[in-house]
Design a protein around this ligand. Structure first.
Ligand SMILES: *Cc1c(COP(=O)(O)O)cnc(C)c1O
Length: 359
């Protein structure tokens, strides 16, 4: 037996969550977002698991797309940021990828290129995110070029939300209104909704939706609702206790002595650290499940180990189970204790704790 730290991935949970996304926007096609190694869950395994039902996959860059094509994934596959130079555009055409076009620079390179066959283009409008995308005026010009180009197979119109996770903010509705105003006269399919919009903004419905984090079962919403409560977490990050000791009042724990025991304290040392991707900034009190019971993290997380106050548990011994997030401990809750979001916790796993799959 080697070190027990593992990330268990429940593939049927991902399927359930994909189907939930489709059921929330009936009739829409869904692009399963598998960028950043499927948010740390393993892009090839996740894509193979969804290949028979996913209408498309979305990735951030050509390297990610190449990996999926090499693994035999033949579904539609979109480069969410498009190509970064003309050689990438050629390669994208060869691999039969869809590309985003979000800037004049990309548009010009696309129009100047010689592609072997037409490809699907997702033209991006900036409706307030102010990261990628054309302004309304530039968008309509770009649209005219692409709508008349024989290099374009299907032309999808898209935008991206900046605050869809904030259930009390009006920004998403403003962005939808801005999108509808600009594209009102255009007959093309549209795509707006990311996970938080699928879960809470029915106004964002279009021919295509783009679920990412919700596939992995963590709600991005600032407040749970009926839809988000149906998500099933796909990852359980777990390990085992490797030592148990009882410390005296006033004893400190770990690097920097950031925690001092207010009384006699039973401590479990667990094989999990920032070398695995568990966040070093996790505060004293961050919940960890030891033998299924919530216990507080105490002391600084180190590279290979962390320490938990298990005084509340009667019997704890070496080899007992520890869970850092998963079914009974929401990733989003742990993220809050670490001043970050669930997206960062799963994408920063280092791979030392191996991914293990169950159907
Ligand atoms: C990452 C991404 C998504 C998915 O976002 P989630 O919040 O994870 O659902 C959708 N659309 C675009 C353009 C993205 O880059």
């Amino acid at each position: 037996m080697t070190r027990a730290a593992t990330a268990q991935i429940n593939l049927s949970a991902i399927k359930h969550n994909y189907r939930l996304a489709k059921s929330l926007f009936p009739g829409s096609k869904a692009m399963a977002i598998v960028k950043a190694n499927a948010y740390g869950h393993g892009a090839v395994e996740v894509a193979i698991n969804l290949a028979s039902e996913a209408d498309a996959f979305g990735v951030a860059c050509l390297e990610e797309a190449i990996r999926l094509r090499a693994a035999g994934i033949t579904n539609r596959l979109l480069l969410l940021e498009g190509f970064f130079d003309t050689s990438e555009l050629q390669k994208a055409a060869e691999l039969n990828l869809d590309t985003t076009i979000h800037s004049k620079h990309q548009l010009q390179q696309f129009l100047d290129s010689e592609l072997g066959h037409p490809i699907n283009v997702w033209l991006k409008l900036d409706t307030g995110m102010h990261r990628l995308g054309f302004s309304s005026e530039e968008f309509l010009q770009a649209y005219r070029h692409l709508a008349n180009s024989n290099k374009v197979s299907e032309l999808v119109l898209m935008s991206h939300f900046s605050r869809a996770d904030e259930t009390a903010s009006n920004t998403t509705l403003d962005q939808v209104a801005q999108f509808k105003k600009t594209t009102a006269d255009l007959p093309n399919p549209i795509s707006l909704a990311n996970s938080p919009a699928i879960l809470s903004w029915p106004e964002s419905k279009g021919e295509w939706i783009r679920p990412g984090m919700m596939l992995y079962g963590s709600s991005p919403l600032d407040q749970d609702n009926d839809a988000s409560r149906q998500l099933i977490p796909a990852m359980t990050l777990e390990s085992e206790v490797i030592a148990v000791k009882t410390l005296k009042t006033g004893d400190s724990i770990g690097y920097g002595a950031t925690y001092r025991c207010p009384g006699p304290t039973k401590v479990a040392v667990i094989a999990m650290g920032y070398g695995d991707g568990y966040p070093r900034q996790a505060k004293n009190g961050t919940p960890v499940l030891v033998n299924g019971i919530r216990c507080p993290l105490i002391g600084r997380v180190s590279m290979d180990m962390l320490t938990v106050d298990v005084s509340a548990i009667k019997d704890v011994s070496v080899g007992d189970s520890a869970v850092f997030w998963g079914q009974d401990l929401p990733l989003a809750e742990v993220a809050e204790f670490c001043d970050t979001i669930s997206y960062e916790l799963v994408t920063r796993l280092t791979g030392r704790a191996p991914l293990k799959y169950t159907q």
